[in-house]
Structure formats: C-alpha cells, structure tokens
Design a protein around this ligand. Structure first.
Ligand SMILES: [Cu+2]
Length: 134
C-alpha cells in the first residue's frame, strides 16, 4: 500500500514537472469560465467523452492564482423526454500553484451544466457556471 502511494505521488510529480516544462502536448479540451473576478481555466489532456474524465482547473482571482481552496464540481443535465434529471458532485484535489484535479463522469452525451464551487480559506464560496457538450 505504502509503495503504491509513493509511486502515485512520484508519477504525479513527474506529470507536474512535464506540464510545467511544456513537455506534454497541449490540452485536448480547454474552456474558460468566469464569475466576477474569479476565472477558471478548465482543461483536459484527452477530449471529453461519455464516462470517466479528468479535468484540471486553474483558478484565478484578478489574475492571481487561488491556492489550497476547497473546490468541487457539480454536473447536471435537466430532465429530457424519456430521461430523468441527472446530477453528480466531485471533490477536486488541490495540486500546486492554484491548479486542481477533479474526476468527473458524464453518463450520457449531450449538454452538461457545470457548477464549480470554490471556497478559498476564510472566504465565502463562489460559484462559477459553465457548460460542456459531450
Ligand atoms: Cu440527458
């Protein structure tokens, strides 16, 4: 167990290093969402698909990164003919430098609403809304 964790941490570090030095190809998904002074750059290394995806969020307030905030992402799709409303919430993990990683699962194709909840330490929660087409 311990070694697996260390290995995971190490590969995470390598990934961060490669991203930082631009060794990895550009993101295959990129979208910006804003609410007042808060800006979220949403990226993914692979195109978004039905099923499991990993989003990376870079969060800024007036161009300064927001580090170590509590961040969660709510996905939902309103009811459609023959389909009930769908909803799920995922907690993001803080990486370095105002970046966060969050696993999301799109259970069907279509337009999904995304609400990103950001709670910086000792501040109120801000909600940033956007949508993605899967
Ligand atoms: Cu649907």
């Amino acid at each position: 167990m311990r070694q697996t964790k260390k290995l995971k941490m190490f590969s995470g570090f390598l990934l961060a290093l490669m991203l930082g030095t631009g060794l990895l190809p550009a993101a295959d998904f990129e979208k910006e969402a804003k609410h007042r002074d808060i800006k979220v750059l949403i990226t993914a290394e692979k195109p978004l698909t039905v099923g499991s995806n990993t989003l990376q969020l870079s969060i800024f307030e007036k161009e300064k990164t927001i580090k170590e905030a509590k961040v969660s992402v709510k996905l939902f799709m309103p009811a459609m003919p023959g389909m009930p409303a769908m909803q799920s919430t995922s907690e993001a993990k803080a990486l370095e430098n105002g970046k966060y990683r969050v696993p999301v699962n799109f259970s069907m194709s279509g337009t999904w609403q995304l609400h990103i909840f950001i709670t910086p330490s000792s501040k109120k929660t801000v909600r940033v809304k956007t949508s993605v087409n899967i």
